[in-house]
Design a protein around this ligand. Structure first.
Ligand code: C5P
Length: 222
């Protein structure tokens, strides 16, 4: 008996994180933030000064990733080798490194089983780039969430400002476009909608509207 999975894939900044968290909370399902695993691998590499093209060492790091996802007062804390890196992995520098590391097939392979282990009763919401196309191909509902690059850059800017960081819109837009291109053009598990995915463009939708649409689709398929 495998637990149901709702996959939510799409480019960075489309709202996957927030939406996935809200739906998981409302359903009482587990949550997989697969991007965090790539970010953790990248952060571990940056800290140990492992080159981002040293496939062998990066793969070993991904295999041995000592990570704990802990829920504390309703908020998710992420520990890497016992060190709280919840905020550190969200930095742009780490996101860009993650997207480089994520283009390496052996690294992806090393993280595959770890991701599948999150599938437990009563269900899982899986957020990423290849949840529907590679990791959980049999998911009963697959969502592909998008928004225009400009809108995503605006959202990222707001997020960063709320976290007390500063950034320029033009720089963020360039980074988003570069990361989209890298994620979509890589040879292995490129970012694209699964054939059976439902595409939702969130440029003009607010968060409650997106949550409601996904819950309606889930209820129809449940
Ligand atoms: O979603 P997030 O921005 O945290 O992901 C960081 C990077 O990790 C992405 O740019 C992408 O390259 C990679 N990633 C991936 N496959 C996933 C999730 C994230 O390749 N399932």
């Amino acid at each position: 008996q495998t637990a149901p999975v709702l996959t939510i894939d799409g480019p960075g900044g489309a709202g996957k994180g927030t939406i996935s968290r809200m739906i998981a909370e409302r359903l009482g399902w587990h949550l997989l933030d697969s991007g965090a695993l790539y970010r953790l691998t990248a952060l571990a590499a940056l800290r140990k000064e492992v080159a981002l093209d040293d496939v062998e060492r990066l793969t070993r790091q991904a295999q041995r990733l000592d990570v704990v996802f802990a829920v504390e007062d309703g908020a998710m804390r992420i520990l890497l080798e016992g060190d709280d890196v919840t905020r550190a992995i969200r930095r742009e520098e780490v996101g860009n490194a993650a997207s480089q590391v994520a283009a390496l097939p052996p690294v992806r392979e090393a993280l595959l089983q770890r991701q599948r282990d999150f599938r437990q009763a009563p269900g899982l919401v899986a957020d990423g780039r290849d949840m529907g196309t590679v990791v959980f191909t049999d998911a009963p509902l697959k969502i592909y969430l998008t928004a225009s690059a400009e809108e995503r850059a605006q959202r990222r800017l707001r997020q960063l400002r709320e976290a007390g960081e500063d950034a320029r819109l033009a720089t963020l837009l360039e980074e988003i476009q570069a990361r989209d291109a890298r994620d979509m053009q890589r040879a292995v598990a490129p970012l694209k909608p699964a054939e059976d995915a439902v595409e939702l463009d969130t440029t003009q939708l607010d968060i409650p509207e997106v949550v409601e649409r996904i819950e309606t689709l889930l209820a129809e398929r449940g």
